[in-house]
Design a protein around this ligand. Structure first.
Ligand SMILES: Cc1cc2nc3c(=O)[nH]c(=O)nc-3n(C[C@H](O)[C@H](O)[C@H](O)COP(=O)(O)OP(=O)(O)OC[C@H]3O[C@@H](n4cnc5c(N)ncnc54)[C@H](O)[C@@H]3O)c2cc1C
Length: 424
C-alpha cells in the first residue's frame, strides 16, 4: 500500500477528534496533516463561561503545534482561501498550497453576522461563538456591570445553534445575581424559534415546558418567531411574525448589552463549488460522510449540510452537536481506512442529538435518538447535576485532547445519563 496524505481541515471539536481517530485506525502507515487557521484548539462549549469571566482563554485552549508533534501528526497553521477539488489541493491565504489524497473538511461555521445590519462584535452585539469573541463579550460585560441596564440575548433568523443562547441568558442571570445587580437589569430573549425550547429540533421531550419555566423563574421575558431587522447602538428592531409569516408586531427594544447568535454558513474557501456544497456553502455528504461528486472528500461537524427539520415562520436550522459530530468522526476514520485497504466505505454516523445546557447553577439536558421526531429516545431532564456534568465534561474533553485519546466522551456520558434516568 502506498503512503497516502490525509488532510483534516479545521481543528475544532470535530477536526481534533478526527486526527486522533485517523491515527488510531491508520497508525504510521499514512501521513495525517492537520490544517487550522488558529494556533490553538478551543473547547467551544465553554465559551459562554468565558463571556461572564468564569473561564479565561488559556483555560479552554490547547496549542496545536506541540500537541501534534507529540502524536506524530503534521500541523500546518494556515487559513484556507480556496479549495481546488479537481487538483486535490487547498490554496492558502499566504499563497502556499496543501495537497491531499483524502480530505476531511471540519471547518465548522462561518458566522453570518453581515446578514443583519449592525449584528455582531463589529456592530452592536456581542458573540460567544469563538473564544476571542467571548473574551470581548466579557470585557463589554464588565463595563456593563458598572452601569447596568436592559439585556437582550438570543439567536437571529437562520440560526441553528440555540443551546448556547439559552445558556448565556441563564448564566448572565446567575452572574448578575451573584453581583447583586440583577434587579437593575430587565432581560429579554429574542429567538427565531417558533416557541421557547424548539432548539431547531421541534423540541426534545419537554424542553418547551422546562425552558419556559426556567425563564419565568429568572424573570426573562421572550419573543419567539423573531426576525431581527437591524441593530443600532442601544436599539434592536425586531419583527415578531405570525404563524403564517405575516408581521404581528414590530418591536424597538432598548439594550445596554446584547449577545445574539448569528446564522451559520459554510466557509468562503468551499462556497460555490458545484456538487461539493449546498447554497449556504455546507458540504454535501452521503450517509458515509462522503461527498458524492468528490469521493475523496469527507465532511464532518457543523460544516456539513443537514436539511432543516421543518418550515418555521422565521427560518431555523438544525443544530450539529458534539455527540453526532463524534459519530461522524468515527465513521469517517473507518471509511477512509476501508478505502485505503481497497474495501468499500460502509460506516455510518448515528446523527443523534445530545446536549447539556448549563445555566450556571443548574441546567437542562436532552437526548434525541434519532435527531428528528418521532424518536425512540425523546428525553429531557433538568437539575443541578447538569451544571456539574458540564463542568466534568469540559475537564474530560480537554484531557482527551491533551492525551490524544479516541474515547467517545459523549457516548460514555450518554450511557451514564440513561442509566441515571432508568434509576429514577
Ligand atoms: C458557543 C457554542 C457552544 C456550544 N456548546 C455545545 C455544547 O455544549 N454541546 C454540544 O454538543 N455542542 C455545542 N455546540 C455545537 C458544536 O458542538 C460546536 O459548535 C463544535 O465546536 C462544532 O465543531 P466543529 O469541529 O464542526 O467546528 P468548530 O469547533 O467551529 O471548528 C472549526 C475549526 O475550523 C477552523 N477553520 C475555520 N475556517 C478555516 C479556514 N478557512 N482555514 C483553516 N481552518 C479553518 C477553525 O479555526 C476551527 O478550529 C456549541 C456551539 C457554540 C457556537
Amino acid at each position: 500500500m502506498t503512503k497516502a496524505d490525509i488532510v483534516v481541515l479545521g481543528a475544532g471539536l470535530g477536526g481534533i477528534s478526527m486526527v486522533f481517530d485517523l491515527k488510531a485506525e491508520l497508525g504510521k502507515n499514512h501521513r495525517i496533516i492537520l490544517v487550522n487557521k488558529t494556533e490553538s484548539f478551543q473547547f467551544t462549549p465553554s465559551n459562554p463561561w468565558v463571556g461572564v469571566g468564569w473561564r479565561e482563554k488559556g483555560d479552554i485552549t490547547i496549542e496545536l503545534a506541540p500537541l501534534m508533534k507529540k502524536h506524530g501528526i503534521d500541523f500546518v497553521q494556515a487559513s484556507a482561501k480556496k479549495l481546488h477539488p479537481e487538483d486535490n489541493r487547498i490554496e492558502m491565504e499566504d499563497g502556499s498550497s496543501v495537497g491531499y489524497d483524502y480530505l476531511v473538511i471540519a471547518t465548522g461555521p462561518e458566522l453570518a453576522f453581515d446578514e443583519v445590519e449592525g449584528l455582531g462584535p463589529d456592530g452592536h452585539t456581542q458573540s460567544v461563538c469563538t473564544v476571542d469573541h467571548a473574551t470581548r463579550a466579557n470585557v463589554a460585560f464588565e463595563a456593563f456591570c458598572a452601569d447596568p441596564g436592559p439585556i437582550i440575548v438570543g439567536a437571529a433568523q437562520g440560526a441553528s445553534c440555540y443551546g448556547p443562547a439559552y445558556e448565556y441568558a441563564m448564566i448572565l442571570d446567575k452572574e448578575l445575581r451573584n453581583r447583586k445587580i440583577r434587579d437593575r437589569v430587565p432581560m429579554i430573549f429574542v429567538t427565531a424559534e417558533p416557541y421557547v425550547g424548539h432548539l431547531g429540533l421541534g423540541g426534545v421531550g419537554d424542553t418547551k415546558g422546562m425552558l419556559e419555566h426556567e425563564m419565568r423563574q429568572r424573570s426573562v421575558r421572550w419573543i419567539t418567531n423573531a426576525k431581527v431587522e437591524k441593530v443600532e447602538a442601544g436599539t434592536m428592531t425586531v419583527s415578531e411574525l405570525n404563524d403564517d409569516g405575516t408581521e404581528k408586531t414590530k418591536h424597538a427594544l432598548d439594550f445596554k448589552y446584547s449577545m445574539m447568535l448569528p446564522a451559520f454558513r459554510g466557509i468562503g474557501a468551499v462556497r460555490d463549488i458545484e456538487g461539493l456544497v449546498n447554497p449556504r456553502g455546507f458540504i454535501i455528504v452521503d450517509k458515509h460522510q462522503r461527498n458524492p461528486k468528490y469521493p475523496n472528500i469527507f465532511g464532518i461537524g457543523v460544516a456539513i449540510a443537514i436539511a432543516p427539520l421543518e418550515k418555521t415562520p422565521v427560518p431555523t436550522g438544525v443544530p450539529k452537536t458534539g455527540y453526532m459530530i463524534e459519530s461522524m468522526v468515527l465513521a469517517t476514520a473507518r471509511n477512509i481506512k476501508a478505502l485505503l485497504e481497497g474495501r468499500e466505505a460502509r460506516d455510518e454516523a448515528t446523527w443523534n442529538a445530545f446536549c447539556l445546557a448549563d445555566f450556571g447553577d443548574r441546567g437542562v439536558a436532552f437526548l434525541a435518538q434519532p435527531q428528528n421526531p418521532p424518536r425512540n429516545v425523546n428525553w429531557a431532564s433538568e437539575g443541578m447535576w447538569v451544571h456539574l456534568a458540564k463542568v466534568a465534561f469540559e475537564k474530560y474533553f480537554l484531557r482527551k485532547v491533551r492525551k490524544g485519546i479516541t474515547e467517545t466522551y459523549y457516548e460514555s456520558a450518554i450511557m451514564k445519563m440513561l442509566a441515571m434516568h432508568k434509576l429514577k
